[in-house]
Write a protein that binds this ligand. Structure first.
Ligand code: NAD
Length: 479
C-alpha cells in the first residue's frame, strides 16, 4: 500500500507511525499516510516561520506567478488527483450534474488561477493639503489551515492560495479521513515553491490543538463543524489569533407558490444531493407551499429513485458512498428519529447492500421545524421537505435555526424571489440555485455558521492586517 509522506521545509517526511486511509466505497484501506505528532508539527511550524521573512518580501507579482504555478501543477496532475479524491472521499469521477472528482480538481486549478490574479493595491483614502492617508495590506505570518473531509482538495486550495498570495506561509492539516490528496497536492506545489512556504502535516485533535494555540501561528483558517470551530476559537484566544471559521450549515430552500416545478425540481435535486449532501452549503431543508407540496414530494422522490449509487470509479455513478462510518451513523440516526417523529420516508431510508458506506437517496415528508431531521445538519443523502402556508411563516421557519450559511428562493418571478432574499438570515442567498460558490463572490456564514469570509478580494484581505500610513506635511519653516 502506498504511503504518502508529510511535507516539511520542501522535503517529504516519513514518520514511524502510519495511518491507513479507508476507501468508503469498499470499507477497506487503499493508502496510508505518515502520522505527525506534536514534535513533527512543531518542525512544520518552525519551517514556515523561517520561510516567512523571504516569502513576505517578494513582490505581489512574484507571488502571483508562484500561485499560478500551483494552479498549473494541479492541472497537469489532474488524472492522478481525481483518482485519489475518488478513492478517499468516495465521490464519483463525474457525478450527479458533473459534481465529482473532476470538478474538484478542475475547480481547484481554476480557483488557484483566478485568485492568483487578484491585486492588493495600496488604497489612498485621502490626499489633500492636510495630508495623505494610505491603507496598506501586510501579511500576517504563519497561517494554519485545518480542513474537513468533504472537499479536501478544493477547500485546501481555498485556504492556501490566498494565504500565500498575501505573503503568508502555511502549515496545512487535512482531515484524518482524507489526508491523501492534500499531501500529494502540497508535494506537487513544493516542486515549484521555495522550501518552507507550504507545509503539510497530518493528525487530529492534538495536532490541531497545537496549531490553534501555538504562538508562532498568526491566523487559523478552519473549515469544519461548528463544535470544532468553537474549540478552535477558545484555543486561539490566548494568543489572539486571527480567525476565519467556515462552519456547519443547515441551509433552507424556499419554493414560492406557483413556481414551475418541472424546471425547478431537477435543479433543486442537484443542489440537495450532489456529493451525497456532504457539502456545507447544500440545500438541506426544502420548504414548499402547501398548494404544490404533494407534487414537489412526488417529483423529488421519483428523481431520487432513479439515481445510480455506487463506487465512484465506475462509469455512470451519480452518487458514491457516505464518506465515513461515523457520518453514516448520524444519517441513520436522523432518519430513525424522523420515523419516530411521524415523518414519512418517501424513498430510500436505508443502507444499500455492500461493504461500502452506501445509503439510498432519501426524501422525507410530513415533518416541520422541531424535528431532528429538520433542525440538525444531516450532511448526507437525506432531504426533509416541509409544507408552509404563508411567506411570513416560511421566513420564520427558514430562519429558525442556529446555522446561517446559505439559503435559496426558487421562483419564476425573480422580483418576488429577490424581495424575500434579504429576509433570510444567512451569508449567501441564491435565487433559483443553491450552494454554487464562485471565486469572485465572498462566501461565509452568519450566526453559528462561522466568522469571516473566503473568496474574492474580501477573502484575500482576511489573510492580511491593515496598516494605515498617515502622512502630514511639516509646518513651513518660520521665515
Ligand atoms: P470536523 O470539525 O470534525 O473536522 C474538521 C477538521 O478539524 C479536521 O481536520 C479535524 O482533524 C480537525 N480537528 C478536530 N478537532 C480539532 C481540534 N480540537 N483543534 C483543531 N482541529 C481539530 O468537521 P468534518 O466532520 O471534517 O466536516 C464536516 C463539517 O464541516 C460539516 O459540519 C460541514 O457543514 C462543515 N463544512 C463547512 C464548510 C463551510 O465552508 N462553511 C465547508 C465544508 C464543510
Amino acid at each position: 500500500m502506498q504511503n504518502f509522506p508529510l511535507m516539511i521545509n520542501g522535503e517529504p517526511v516519513e514518520t514511524p507511525q502510519h495511518s491507513e486511509v479507508i476507501n468508503p466505497a469498499t470499507g477497506l484501506p487503499f493508502a496510508s499516510c505518515s502520522q505527525a505528532d506534536v514534535h513533527v508539527a512543531q518542525q512544520a511550524i518552525g519551517a514556515a516561520a523561517q520561510a516567512f521573512d523571504s516569502w513576505s518580501k517578494l513582490s505581489h507579482s512574484q507571488r502571483q506567478e508562484y500561485c499560478h504555478q500551483i494552479g498549473a501543477v494541479i492541472e497537469a496532475n489532474m488524472p492522478e488527483l481525481m483518482q485519489l479524491i475518488c478513492q478517499e472521499t468516495g465521490k464519483p469521477m463525474g457525478g450527479l450534474n458533473g459534481v465529482g472528482a473532476g470538478m474538484e480538481v478542475g475547480g481547484s486549478a481554476f480557483w488557484a488561477h483566478f485568485t492568483a490574479d487578484l491585486e492588493l493595491p495600496v488604497e489612498v483614502l485621502q490626499d489633500d493639503d492636510s495630508g495623505r492617508v494610505e491603507l496598506h495590506r501586510k501579511p500576517l505570518g504563519v497561517v494554519a489551515s485545518i480542513t474537513p473531509w468533504n472537499w479536501p482538495l478544493l477547500i485546501a486550495t481555498w485556504h492556501v492560495i490566498p494565504a500565500l498570495l498575501a505573503g503568508n506561509t502555511v502549515v496545512i492539516k487535512p482531515s484524518p479521513y482524507t489526508p491523501i490528496t492534500t499531501l500529494r497536492m502540497v508535494e506537487l506545489a513544493n516542486s515549484v515553491l521555495p522550501p518552507g512556504v507550504l507545509n503539510a502535516i497530518t493528525g487530529d485533535g492534538e495536532v490541531g490543538n497545537l496549531l490553534t494555540s501555538h504562538p508562532q501561528i498568526a491566523k487559523v483558517i478552519f473549515t469544519g463543524s461548528t463544535p470544532t470551530g468553537r474549540k478552535i476559537m477558545a484555543s486561539a484566544s490566548a494568543s489572539l489569533k486571527r480567525l476565519t471559521l467556515e462552519l456547519g450549515g443547515n441551509d433552507a430552500g424556499i419554493v414560492l407558490p406557483g413556481t414551475n416545478l418541472d424546471s425547478a425540481l431537477p435543479a433543486i435535486f442537484g443542489c440537495c444531493f450532489h456529493n451525497n449532501g456532504q457539502t456545507c452549503a447544500a440545500l438541506k431543508r426544502l420548504y414548499v407551499h402547501r398548494s404544490q407540496y404533494q407534487a414537489a414530494c412526488d417529483g423529488m422522490a421519483a428523481k431520487a429513485r432513479t439515481i445510480k449509487v455506487g463506487n465512484g470509479l465506475e462509469e455512470g455513478t451519480e452518487l458514491g458512498p457516505v464518506q465515513n462510518a461515523a457520518q453514516l451513523a448520524i444519517v441513520e440516526s436522523l432518519v430513525a428519529a424522523a420515523k419516530e417523529e411521524g415523518g414519512k420516508v418517501l424513498c430510500g431510508g436505508e443502507r444499500l447492500p455492500g461493504d461500502g458506506y452506501f445509503y439510498a437517496p432519501t426524501v422525507v415528508a410530513g415533518l416541520s421545524n422541531g424535528s431532528r431531521l429538520v433542525d440538525e445538519e444531516p450532511f448526507g443523502p437525506v432531504l426533509p421537505i416541509v409544507a408552509y402556508d404563508s411567506l411570513e411563516e416560511v421566513i420564520e421557519l427558514a430562519n429558525d435555526n442556529d446555522a446561517g450559511l446559505g439559503g435559496s428562493v426558487w421562483a419564476d418571478d425573480l422580483d418576488d424571489a429577490h424581495a424575500l432574499a434579504g429576509k433570510l438570515a444567512c451569508g449567501t442567498v441564491w435565487i433559483n440555485d443553491h450552494g454554487a460558490v464562485q471565486p469572485n463572490m465572498p462566501f461565509g456564514g452568519v450566526k453559528q455558521s462561522g466568522l469571516g469570509v473566503e473568496f474574492g478580494l474580501e477573502g484575500l484581505k482576511e489573510m492580511t492586517s491593515c496598516q494605515s500610513i498617515c502622512i502630514k506635511p511639516l509646518a513651513p519653516k518660520p521665515s
